[in-house]
Write a protein that binds this ligand. Structure first.
Ligand code: IFM
Length: 454
C-alpha cells in the first residue's frame, strides 16, 4: 500500500445540478425550461421520467447540506436554475427564486463549505427555446443577463464561478445527436449553438468579474479523449476526428486558437457547415478567448476509435475493450484518460489552473438487509482516477481541486432515474438519503488529504 499526499489547500468537493436534484419545477414562480418540455414529451426519457420532483432538494437542501458537512465535504458545485431566477427568460427577477440560492450560499458558508456556482447546466427557459434557443445569437445576451443578475447578488460571497457545464452537450448532444433537450438532429444548428455557447461564456466572464472582483471564473467542458483502436492510419484518423469534434472544437477557441482548420474543412466537406462559419462575427473569437482563472475538467471515460465509424454513428463509435471494466453507463473505466488529459491541458494548452469539476461512476448498488451500501466498485473507480490525478500533480500540472459527480443519486437526463452516480443513495419513494460506503471513504480521504492505494 502507498499513501499519496495531496497539496495543501487542495479542494475536495462534490457536484450536482439544479434540474437533476431540485424538483419543485413549477413552484415559487419558476417557469418551464426546455428540459421540462423535453422530459414531458413522450418517448424522450426512460419511462417518461422527469425532474418534476427529483430529489426534492429545493425543499430538503438544509438536510442535504448538513449531510455534506458531516462528510467533511469542503466545496459544493451546484447550478442555478435559470427559469427560477428569470422566468420566461425575461428581465424581471423572480426574488423567490434568487432568494433560494442566496439562502443556500449562506447556509453553505455557515457550514464551512465553499460554493462553486455553475450558471448554465442545461436549463434554458422554454420561451428562449421557442425564440430559437442556442443556435440563435440573441440567447447570448440573455445568458449574460443571467450571469449579471446572479453574480450581482451572490458575488460578495461566492468566489468560484463556472459559466457553462459541458458545451459539447449543450450543442452537439442536444442539437446534432438529439438525445438531450431540445432534441434536434441538425448539424448546422448544433455548430451555431456551440459558437453561441462559447461566445456567451466569453461575454459573461467580464460581467461576473465586474460584480465579483475577487472571483475565479472558468468553464467546465466535458472531455472524452479518443484513442485509436490500432496504429492503422484509418484508426488514427478516426481518433483525430473525434478529438477535433469533441475536444478541440471547444478548447481551441477558448485558448485563442480559433476553430481548428482541419475540422472546419472536415465539416465543410460533409456539408455540416453549408454557410461556412457565418455565425462568427468580427471580435467573437477574441471575446471567446478571454483569459480564464481555471478550466474545469469533466471526465468519466474515453473513446476507442476505429476508421470504420463516422460521427453520425456516435452511439456505436466506440469499440469495446475486452480487457476493461465498464460502469453501468457502459462507460469504460479508464483512469489514464484523465491523467493524459490533465497533462495535455497543462503542457499543450497551458491552462492556468485546473479543477476536476466532475468525475464519478454509475453503479446501482442499494442497501443490504442492514441498510449498508457496499459500493466498492465506486471506491475502486474513484481511487484509480485520483491516483492518476496525483501523478499529474507530480508532473507539475496545477490541479487545485476535485469534485465527485455526484453528491447524491439523481435524475440522469434521458436515462431518468436508472443510473445512480451518487455517493449518497436516494430512495425516491421516501426521499430518504443514505450515505454509501464511498461517502465514508471519501470523508476519510478528505480528512487526511491523502489517498491510500492498493
Ligand atoms: O449527470 C451528468 C451531468 O449532468 C453532466 N455530466 C455528466 C453526468 C453523468 O452523465
Amino acid at each position: 500500500m502507498a499513501v499519496l499526499r495531496f497539496p495543501e489547500r487542495f479542494v475536495w468537493g462534490t457536484a450536482t445540478s439544479a434540474y437533476q436534484i431540485e424538483g419543485a419545477w413549477d413552484e415559487d414562480g419558476r417557469s418551464p425550461s426546455h428540459w421540462d418540455t423535453f422530459a414531458h414529451t413522450p418517448g424522450k426519457t426512460r419511462n417518461g421520467e422527469t425532474g418534476d420532483v427529483a430529489c426534492d432538494h429545493y425543499r430538503r437542501w438544509p438536510e442535504d447540506m448538513a449531510l455534506m458537512a458531516s462528510l467533511n465535504i469542503q466545496a459544493y458545485r451546484f447550478s442555478v436554475s435559470w427559469p427560477r431566477i428569470l422566468p420566461n427568460g425575461g428581465n424581471q427577477i423572480n426574488e423567490a427564486g434568487l432568494d433560494h440560492y442566496d439562502r443556500l450560499v449562506d447556509g453553505l458558508l455557515e457550514a464551512g463549505i465553499r460554493p462553486f456556482i455553475t450558471l448554465y447546466h442545461w436549463e434554458l427557459p422554454q420561451t428562449l427555446q421557442d425564440a430559437g434557443g442556442w443556435p440563435e445569437r440573441s440567447t447570448v445576451d440573455h445568458f449574460v443577463q443571467l450571469a449579471d443578475v446572479v453574480s450581482r447578488r451572490l458575488g460578495d460571497r461566492v468566489h468560484n464561478w463556472i459559466t457553462h457545464n459541458e458545451p459539447w452537450c449543450t450543442s452537439m448532444l442536444s442539437h446534432q445527436i438529439g438525445l438531450h433537450a431540445p432534441g434536434w438532429r441538425n448539424w448546422p444548428a448544433a455548430l451555431a449553438a456551440a459558437h453561441h455557447v462559447l461566445l456567451s461564456h466569453g461575454t459573461a466572464v467580464p460581467a461576473i468579474r465586474a460584480n465579483a472582483p475577487q472571483a475565479e471564473v472558468g468553464i467546465a467542458p466535458n472531455y472524452e479523449p479518443a484513442y485509436p483502436l490500432t496504429r492503422s492510419p484509418e484508426d488514427i484518423e478516426a481518433a483525430r476526428i473525434w478529438d477535433g469534434y469533441y475536444i478541440r472544437w471547444f478548447n481551441d477557441p477558448l485558448f485563442g486558437r480559433h476553430y481548428p482548420a482541419d475540422m472546419v474543412a472536415y465539416y465543410q466537406e460533409k456539408g455540416y457547415l453549408p454557410h461556412g462559419l457565418n455565425f462568427v462575427q468580427p471580435g467573437d473569437m477574441e471575446t471567446i478567448a478571454v483569459p480564464v482563472d481555471f478550466i474545469g475538467i469533466n471526465n468519466y471515460t474515453r473513446q476507442i476509435m476505429s476508421g470504420k465509424v463516422s460521427l453520425d454513428q456516435f452511439q456505436t463509435a466506440a469499440s469495446p475493450n475486452p480487457n476493461a471494466t465498464y460502469t453501468e453507463m457502459n462507460w469504460e473505466v479508464y483512469p489514464d484518460g484523465l491523467y493524459d488529459l490533465l497533462n495535455r491541458l497543462h503542457f499543450d494548452y497551458q491552462a492556468p489552473k485546473i479543477y476536476i469539476t466532475e468525475n464519478g461512476c454509475s453503479y446501482g448498488d442499494g442497501p443490504d438487509k442492514n441498510g449498508r451500501i457496499h459500493d466498492t466498485r465506486r471506491i475502486d473507480y474513484l481511487r484509480s482516477y485520483l491516483t492518476g490525478v496525483h501523478r499529474a500533480i507530480g508532473n507539475g500540472v496545477p490541479v487545485a481541486g476535485y469534485f465527485v459527480w455526484s453528491f447524491m443519486d439523481n435524475f440522469e437526463w434521458s436515462l431518468g432515474y436508472s443510473q445512480r452516480f451518487g455517493m449518497v443513495y436516494v430512495d425516491y419513494q421516501t426521499q430518504q438519503r443514505l450515505p454509501k460506503e464511498s461517502a465514508y471513504w471519501y470523508k476519510d480521504v478528505i480528512s487526511h488529504n491523502q489517498l491510500e492505494t492498493m
